[in-house]
Design a protein around this ligand. Structure first.
Ligand SMILES: Cc1cc2nc3c(=O)[nH]c(=O)nc-3n(C[C@H](O)[C@H](O)[C@H](O)COP(=O)(O)OP(=O)(O)OC[C@H]3O[C@@H](n4cnc5c(N)ncnc54)[C@H](O)[C@@H]3O)c2cc1C
Length: 499
């Protein structure tokens, strides 16, 4: 049998794309290397505690958000329970401590009170960003053909061009003199993996609205509940889904057109189109069977920068973290306003000073922990190189040592934390790599620099006819919301290709 489409990987992008194609009557096969769906966005259980493997908060799951609208339109919303979030994160700096609660006005008020000398500039920034969002929404909702849209961008969306060419630091420095204010505006950088001095303003703005202005929600039982529902729906619509099945080759006719995929079990599955949700580097420089195209992509990728990785310490607690002082589901802590310094602490593995964050999902959904108990995850960004060369024993010891260090740091906010730990697991850049095959455990695909974001990011289409990409390495970028959009975009491309 020849399928209309074969999808490699069941991360957010792969699942959404497969689901869209199956909904439109296409025959689909999906192969996932792991035993469970979701990729990074999966969950795992230890002694009755359910942990999100990676994801802390997903934007646009609230009323009128992209993902919410999709769930309503497809009826998927009836198969999950959404818990609306009231606030998002407590954000702590040496001289500032504020709550981000999805209400733009509250954030503006906070800034106006603390930076009275910059009030006019604060208003000017929000005016500019509002103009950008209005143009962005018009662009997304436009029904013009893609080629015409691209041509008309300078006229329909002039503010795209401005923000696409600058970093977050360059953008805010045009408005503000106060470096602390710039630092607070740029705080979200840790969700995006590059300091403001290197981060694309275009990509930053897409994320900023999601976390600072639009309400969102949590999926009861963990985000993976949604992905499990998607798998069930895929199967119900006749698609074939194989878990524990890695794809080891994309078979083409001399790199020109796809023929199918070869699995690690030696099975050849024929398909007219292939969508890879495996990372772009593996897909195009390892899985693809044509040497010439592989070399072309390897050359292209050799000058591209991968994103950082991270360390997560998952804790099952004898009491809810709220009892210890966790007043919001998330807490971000920055020891300095200098984000370049913050980034350099990450690069050199300075776990005492680098930015760190905590998330307490059981505060939103008590079903994630046994009755009367709670979960807590501590995260820091990190680099694969800080873990790469360790022996088995050194690796085990470092994991324990870093976990203890981070718990001690968390105790500044949650006194007594170390005494109530019942379960602990630690994930490192090596873990990230092992479970998703992401090179060097990169957690956000290619780093969102100016030259690797917006229209400059890898598109869904490739040099090989019938081969498409989806997920964090491609447009519009990383994060569940962006990967969801990437899955839809890949689905559209495949539908066009299949005619
Ligand atoms: C620690 C951490 C924290 C994060 N926090 C947030 C957050 O709070 N909010 C947010 O929105 N995002 C967050 N993210 C980012 C978000 O999780 C990712 O951007 C997103 O889930 C990536 O989805 P994807 O579609 O790229 O697929 P991936 O998650 O990369 O999944 C790819 C899938 O392909 C499979 N695969 C790979 N190779 C093969 C092969 N050869 N054959 C078959 N299958 C294969 C893998 O097993 C995997 O299941 C976080 C990520 C990490 C790691």
């Amino acid at each position: 049998m020849e399928y209309d489409a074969a999808v490699i990987g069941s991360g957010v992008g792969g699942l959404i794309c497969a689901f869209q194609l199956a909904r439109q009557g296409k025959s689909v096969v999906l192969c996932e290397a792991q035993a469970v769906p979701g990729g990074y966005a999966t969950t795992f259980t230890r002694n009755g505690f359910i942990f999100e493997s990676a994801v802390h908060c997903v934007d646009d799951l609230g009323k009128d958000g992209d993902i919410r609208n999709f769930l309503e339109e497809t009826g998927l919303i009836d198969k999950i329970t959404l818990l609306e979030l009231k606030n998002f994160a407590r954000t702590v700096y040496p001289e500032h401590d504020f709550i981000v609660d999805f209400k733009r006005e509250n954030f503006i008020d906070f800034l106006r009170v603390h930076f009275p000398h910059e009030q006019e500039n604060i208003d000017a920034v929000f005016k500019t960003t509002d103009r950008f969002y209005a143009q962005f929404d018009r662009f997304v909702e436009s029904s013009l053909p893609d080629w015409l849209e691209s041509l008309l961008i300078p006229f329909l969306c002039p503010s795209f061009i401005g923000v696409s060419r600058v970093t977050v630091q360059q953008f805010f420095a045009k408005y503000f003199k106060d470096e602390k204010l710039i630092a607070l505006f740029g705080d979200l950088w840790h969700f995006l993996g590059l300091p403001p001095s290197r981060l694309s303003m275009f990509f930053f703005l897409l994320a900023f609205r999601g976390y600072y202005a639009n309400p969102t929600a949590y999926v009861k039982g963990g985000f993976c509940k949604l992905f499990k529902v998607l798998v069930e729906e895929l199967k119900n619509s006749g698609a074939t889904v194989h878990f524990n099945t890695a794809v080891r080759k994309i078979v083409t006719s001399k790199g020109k057109k796809v023929i199918g995929i070869e699995t690690d079990k030696g099975e050849i599955i024929k398909a007219k189109a292939i969508v890879s949700n495996a990372n772009a580097i593996d897909t195009l420089t390892r899985l693809l069977d044509d040497d010439r195209v592989r070399k072309e992509y390897a050359l292209e990728f050799s000058s591209m920068e991968k994103s950082l990785s991270g360390v997560q310490v998952y804790l099952g607690l004898k009491v809810p973290a709220k009892n210890l002082g966790m007043t919001t589901p998330m807490l971000f802590s920055s020891s300095t306003y200098d984000h370049d310094a913050n980034f350099s602490y990450i690069v050199c593995g300075d776990y005492d000073r680098c930015f760190f964050e905590m998330v307490d999902h059981s505060q939103i959904d008590s079903s994630l922990a046994p009755a009367g108990k709670g979960t807590l995850t501590i995260m820091v960004l990190d680099l694969y190189k800080n873990w790469r060369d360790l022996s088995r024993e050194e690796y085990r010891e470092k994991k324990q040592a870093i976990a203890q260090k981070l718990i001690r740091r968390a105790e500044k906010y949650l006194p007594g934390l170390s005494e109530v730990i019942e379960v602990m697991e630690v994930a490192t850049p090596r873990t990230m790599q092992r479970y998703t095959a992401s090179p060097e455990g990169a957690i956000y695909g290619f780093a969102p620099t100016v030259s690797q974001s917006g229209m400059n990011r890898l598109p869904q289409t490739t040099k090989v006819k019938g081969l498409f990409l989806t997920g964090a390495w491609t447009q519009p970028g990383h994060g569940v919301h962006a990967c969801f959009l990437s899955g839809l975009m890949a689905g559209e491309e495949v539908m066009k290709f299949l005619g």
